[in-house]
Design a protein around this ligand. Structure first.
Ligand code: GTP
Length: 615
């Protein structure tokens, strides 16, 4: 380190600003980021393809950012000095709230961007609360002031009332025309503090993201909290003590630019021939093997799957393709877990663990779109601990595996501590939903005049169904939800089987609370009746607990043969009809003698409020 001028580095540290943009979808985050990149000459106008920060096509479509990204920009301020900005992007959904919290932990400030016509919306609040928790300096910006429907003054009041933030000096911008953006840059310099870490302390770097690269291995996105790291150093990941030699360090600007070192306050990347992303957990601390930090950074949480679902190829011959596709996705997704599963009804497939329902949707969509697989996915489940009468305890994440009730002594399900933050007008509806979902009220804190944090203990299985949707719809979208598994509790749970044509279909089994079994049984049977098309014969649908049938319905047989109409007639029409039928069957799976469409396996998720209410 002798050749490094420490005084110059300390001077440099004072000129670093690390921030992210907190905004609701569509309020203009990517457009503003683009303007900032343009104004700082990070990217020439003519090179601007689409927006740079979201580089996955799926993200554009879903309107969320799944993988994190950080760019370094250089800005010469009006005071004549040049500053180093690191703009860190954050994903925007409850499944990824831990990743968001780690990205925000890498920043000293956040730009709060609110659409001048739409005002403050739910997801904005969730992330603003995370930012406030991390003590970030927040710079309010009201965007899209060029719109005729813009009401910046009203939005200012909203920011003050709903977030409790002084918005009198909010910057008015149009990311579209560029109006106000120069002021944003100046305010980043003046309002957001420089990073405060210690250059001379042992290395402490926060991993806030990681991606797999076929040539370089895992690329760690890091924020250096203390010290310095250079090529050739041996780093240690503090959660698992794994050691690696650093092969490259650098920053994204927006393409990767190699550097000699990363120092305190820097946000950049490290590569060290790390083979699996599973070793590099977000929130972990990187230190130096020969001069380690005495303790890791706060806030590390080992993230594990919470929701499990069976994934089966419609065409059984595609099993190996599905395995390869999952392996590829896993390279870049530390939270994805899977193992082979066999279902009597659906054949060979995989039991896959996800962070939550959105994560599940994203994985399913990638498999279908990027890997061209047709899949049947079973209803999501949590994992259960089962004490058997023979004294053993097993963990199951698949309802079909629950032993016969005569062998079961106790079933425990995961419980979460859920924090629901809402403007105080909505506390009533929130409590009503939580209560209905077997919630146990813990406490309620007024965060300030306008915001309440309501805390409930809730069974995770109730959350993964439609809790979030219900919460959103009954609070006009303003509620934010964060949850953490706190442990397992014994509950009065039973397995509900579904029989089609008299045969139980393992992939449709669910575990339900006894009080809800009857209603859910009726509901699922009704939903199945709607989704299963008529066949050549009558199909009875039954819901059963053990040998007891609790609900039943019947899909009637076809009245007419589709082809009957074209009897002796036009052969092209006949072929067209057959082709149409074939396409419709694409996502059907023959279960015994019954053709079952994909939606049927998700019927349990389609409960409406009243159906899931215990009577
Ligand atoms: N009129 C007007 N439109 C804007 C402005 N800023 C962004 N937009 C438009 O608003 C839409 C959403 O902008 P984005 O920048 O993609 O929003 P985002 O917040 O990044 O959205 P996601 O990437 O989907 O999260 C786009 O059609 C933009 O062109 C603005 O200042 N004025």
């Amino acid at each position: 380190m002798a050749d490094i001028d420490k005084q110059a580095l300390r001077e440099r540290q004072k000129h670093i600003r690390n921030f992210s943009i907190v905004a609701h979808i569509d309020h203009g985050k990517s457009t503003l980021a683009d303007r900032i990149l343009e104004l700082t000459d990070t990217i020439a106008k003519r090179d601007m393809q689409a927006q740079v920060l979201d580089d996955m096509p799926l993200e554009r479509e879903r309107g969320i950012t799944i993988k994190l990204n950080a760019v370094e920009l250089h800005y010469t301020a009006k005071n004549g000095e040049t500053y180093i900005f690191h703009l860190i992007d954050t994903p925007g959904h409850v499944d990824f709230s831990y990743e968001v919290s780690r990205s925000l932990a890498a920043c000293e400030g956040a730009l709060l961007l609110v659409d001048a016509a739409q005002g403050v919306e739910a997801q904005t609040l969730a992330n603003v609360y995370l930012a406030l928790d991390d003590d970030l300096e927040i710079v309010p910006i009201i965007n899209k002031v060029d719109l005729p429907s813009a009401q910046p003054e009203v939005v200012k009041e909203e920011i003050e009332e709903m977030i409790g933030l002084d918005a009198s000096d909010a910057i008015l911008t149009s990311a579209k025309t560029g109006l106000g953006v120069p002021e944003v840059l100046e305010r980043i310099v003046s309002d957001i503090p420089a990073p405060s870490g210690d250059l001379d302390a042992p290395l402490k770097a926060l991993i806030f993201d990681s991606v797999y690269d076929a040539y370089r291995g895992v690329v760690l996105a890091v924020r250096i909290e203390d010290g310095i790291v250079q090529v050739g150093d041996t780093i240690e990941l503090m959660s698992n003590q794994k050691r690696y030699e650093v092969t490259e360090v650098g920053v994204m600007s927006p393409k990767a630019v190699q550097k000699d070192y990363l120092m305190v306050g820097d946000v950049g990347y490290i590569t060290a021939a790390i083979k699996t992303i599973q070793d590099t957990r977000v929130g972990d601390t990187v230190t130096l093997a020969d001069n380690p930090a005495d303790k890791p950074l706060d806030g590390f949480r080992q993230i594990t799957p919470m929701v499990y679902s069976g994934l089966f190829p419609v065409d059984n011959a595609k099993f190996n393709d599905l395995r390869e596709a999952l392996e590829k996705l896993q390279l870049n997704d530390a939270a994805l877990e899977f193992e082979p599963e066999t279902s009597q009804a659906l054949g060979f497939g995989f039991r896959v663990g996800f962070l939550g329902l959105l994560h599940m949707d994203v994985v399913q969509e990638r498999l279908e779109r990027d890997f061209d697989l047709d899949l049947i996915m079973t209803a999501p489940s949590v994992d259960y601990q089962v004490d058997k009468t023979d004294g053993t305890t097993i963990t199951i994440d698949n309802p079909a595996e629950l032993p016969d009730s005569s062998e079961v002594k106790e079933i425990r399900e995961p419980y979460v501590k859920a924090s629901i933050m809402v403007p105080n007008d909505y506390v009533g509806p929130v409590m009503e939903i939580a209560q209905r979902k077997r919630g146990e009220f813990v406490t309620m804190d007024y965060l300030d005049k306008y915001r309440v944090n309501v805390i409930y203990n809730l069974p995770l299985s109730e959350i993964i169904y439609d809790f979030f949707d219900q919460l959103k719809s009954s609070t006009k979208g303003y509620a934010s939800l964060d949850y953490e598994v706190t442990g397992y509790r014994a509950s009065d749970l039973v397995k509900m089987d579904i029989l089609l044509n008299g045969d139980p279909v393992d992939a449709l089994s669910t575990i339900v609370h006894k009080d809800f079994a009857y209603d859910r049984g009726h509901n699922i049977v009704a939903k199945l009746k709607e989704t299963i098309p008529r066949q050549q014969f009558e199909v009875p649908i039954q819901a059963a607990i053990g040998t007891k049938i609790i609900a039943r319905s019947t899909v009637k047989a076809y009245r007419k043969n589709v082809l009957a109409k074209c009897y002796g007639g036009d052969i092209t029409r006949k072929r067209k009809l057959l082709e149409k039928q074939k396409a419709g069957k694409k996502r059907m799976k023959a279960v015994g003698s019954v053709e079952v469409p994909q939606e049927a396996f998700m019927s349990i998720l389609k409960m409406n409020e009243d159906d899931s209410r215990g009577k």
